[in-house]
Design a protein around this ligand. Structure first.
Ligand SMILES: Nc1nc2c(ncn2[C@@H]2O[C@H](COP(=O)(O)OP(=O)(O)OP(=O)(O)O)[C@@H](O)[C@H]2O)c(=O)[nH]1
Ligand SMILES: [Mg+2]
Length: 267
């Protein structure tokens, strides 16, 4: 559960009973899920009450975060540092893409990393093996990075002038979209094993992102994944989104991503 953004607060949920599909599920105390069949004409929807206190608390948290994010943005700008916020569901391939990018661009760009995960320093160790500087932020029960964590992480990371800071957010397609970190752009990574409908199921993160990297395309021959439909869905929620199709393991398509990075650093 996220105690920061209150994303697990049932007061904000809209619950749809799927009885019109003739299914009704109960979860027993031991976790067993029972599905019944019913024949009702209408599916009753339960709209849970939204309490004013929940809304004002959320606004306060996001307002405070936005102020700190603006400070971070100024900090990056003053040092001519390009900061990118990499977001995806768990296991989509953020760390693999990062390590490959750092290794491939070693002679051209100075890249350092802030790693976000609930627990472990596994990803930071993988990044460290490339030779660059890395700071791991463990969020415990939290499901996203926020601007205050980045501010503290930057003090430790101490990135040089004219460099790139890659921020790997906690694996989660929902909450990271809400929290501005002061980055120049958000980059959402979607792997082909997740299904092409993710942009319309989790639209906020795709709407907030300037770039979508469709990754693991080396696996397409083994999957039923419609690339064109996925691109249509992403453009449906964000007509401006720029899309790169890559495989971080074979290297296919990475030149487009590298071209984007180099253009942002020199501009
Ligand atoms: N075939 C294939 N596998 C990939 C690719 N990119 C990542 N993987 C695999 O996907 C798995 C997860 O990759 P990670 O890079 O750890 O994913 P992540 O998004 O950093 O995961 P979390 O930090 O835990 O959210 C690993 O087994 C990778 O080897 C790719 O382009 N192609
Ligand atoms: Mg990772």
């Amino acid at each position: 559960m996220c105690v920061t953004c209150g994303c697990s607060d049932d007061n904000e949920a809209t619950i749809t009973n799927l009885e019109n599909d003739h299914h009704h599920t109960h979860t027993l105390s031991d976790g067993t899920v029972i599905t019944h069949s019913h024949h009702h004409e209408e599916a009753p929807q339960i709209h849970a009450k939204i309490h004013n206190t929940t809304i004002s608390l959320e606004q306060e948290i996001l307002g405070k975060n936005n102020l700190l994010a603006a400070q971070n943005r100024g900090w990056f700008k003053g040092r001519n540092i390009l900061a990118l916020n990499l977001m995806s569901s768990p296991g989509a391939g953020k760390t693999t893409l990062l390590t490959r990018t750092i290794n491939d661009l070693k002679d051209k760009l100075t890249i350092n990393v802030i790693e976000g995960d609930q627990e472990t320093t596994n990803d930071a160790e993988k990044i460290k093996a490339t030779g660059c500087k890395v700071v791991q932020i463990n969020t415990g029960t939290g499901c996203h990075l926020d601007a205050s964590m980045i501010e503290r992480g930057l003090q430790q990371l101490n990135p040089p002038l004219d460099s790139v800071v890659m921020i790997e957010n906690v694996g989660n397609l929902v909450c990271p979209a809400l929290f501005d970190l002061g980055e120049q752009a958000k980059v959402v990574i979607l792997s082909v094993t997740e299904g092409e409908d993710k942009p319309i199921k989790y639209p906020h993160i795709f709407r907030a992102s300037e770039i979508m990297i469709l990754t693991k395309i080396d696996l397409l021959p083994y999957l039923q994944f419609d690339v064109q439909r996925c691109i249509e869905y992403a453009k449906q929620v964000n007509p401006q989104i720029q899309i790169f199709q890559v495989s971080a393991t074979t290297g296919v398509g990475l030149d487009d991503w590298y071209g984007f990075l180099r253009s942002r650093v020199s501009s």
